[in-house]
Write a protein that binds this ligand. Structure first.
Ligand code: GLN
Length: 270
């Protein structure tokens, strides 16, 4: 089997771009190699790896889990099925968080439910004066995030535990979170590879707002004066989020859209 033949066969079963990327990952060839030398043979373990990946991709397994990595904000993060695959809309959370930090000499930041670490690591790398703590309930997620921080050269203080529980007595200038916010039973959970992702990272098993309620209610105890809370949420949770923030004493409760114009992040300050 040649590269060209392997690619053509895979394209019958899966998306064209996915087929090409999987062939590149399996063989170590670049895109240019595939174009320049389609007659090169694909043999042995590389061929078996490619066939296995194509079959699994055809069955719905996300490409990021097959190859073990995904890009976010121009950086490559390792991922496993213990963590959510990075979504481009989470960049909004990073952009808003970065706007809050410049006035502070040595800001203290915490990322709740860090998963693969994309939020904590992006903030640590893009705001070098910040001290960043990252919390996750899942030990497996912490190990993925710790590995990513090491590879990308970010200094993060990782803590395992439930939301604020490993942060007793600590105060932050900025609390950020991309919590599970999909409601239990949302049909979206059965689509687009979501069944392969960790359920605890996607849904609260309730109305979709229970983690947000918990975070908003406890954030005031862990914010420095003037500190900000910013969190990601679903397209229809902006109003509920602002109401929760206002009821908890936050000022300037507001909602921000993602690049698709969908309500995506809410927050406020004390
Ligand atoms: N944005 C994700 C999705 O809809 C959900 C992420 C999350 O719950 N934090 O697939």
């Amino acid at each position: 089997m040649t590269l060209g033949e392997a690619l053509a066969a895979a394209r019958q079963q899966i998306d064209r771009l996915d087929a090409r990327l999987l062939l590149q990952y399996a063989t170590g060839c670049s895109h240019a190699d595939l174009l320049a030398r389609p007659e090169m043979p694909v043999i042995g373990p590389a061929y078996e790896q490619f066939q296995d990946w194509v079959a699994r991709r055809a069955a719905g397994e996300p490409l990021a889990y097959l190859v073990g990595e995904a890009e976010f904000r121009g950086r490559v993060f390792q991922v496993s099925p213990a963590v959510l695959i990075p979504r481009p809309e989470t960049e909004v959370l990073i952009e808003l968080a970065l706007e809050k930090l410049p006035g502070l000499a040595a800001p203290k930041v915490v990322d709740l439910g860090t998963g693969s670490g994309i939020v904590a690591i992006s903030l640590a790398l893009e705001s070098p004066a910040a001290t960043v703590v990252a919390v996750d309930l899942s030990a497996e997620a912490i190990s993925v995030a710790r590995n990513n921080a090491g590879r990308l050269g970010a200094r993060i203080d990782f803590r395992q535990g439930d939301w604020f529980s490993p942060l007793a007595g600590e105060h932050f200038d900025l609390i950020v979170s991309n919590p599970p916010y999909v409601a239990d039973g949302d049909p979206h959970l059965a689509l687009n590879g979501l069944p392969f992702e960790p359920r605890m990272a996607l849904t609260d098993g309730a109305d979709g707002l229970s983690c947000i309620r918990h975070i908003v209610a406890d954030a005031a105890d862990h914010l420095a004066p003037g500190g900000w809370l910013l969190f990601e949420h679903g397209y229809d949770q902006g109003e509920a989020s602002r109401n929760l923030l206002t009821a908890a004493g936050f000022k300037a409760a507001s909602t921000f859209p993602d690049l698709a114009g969908i309500d995506r992040v809410s927050g406020g300050h004390l």
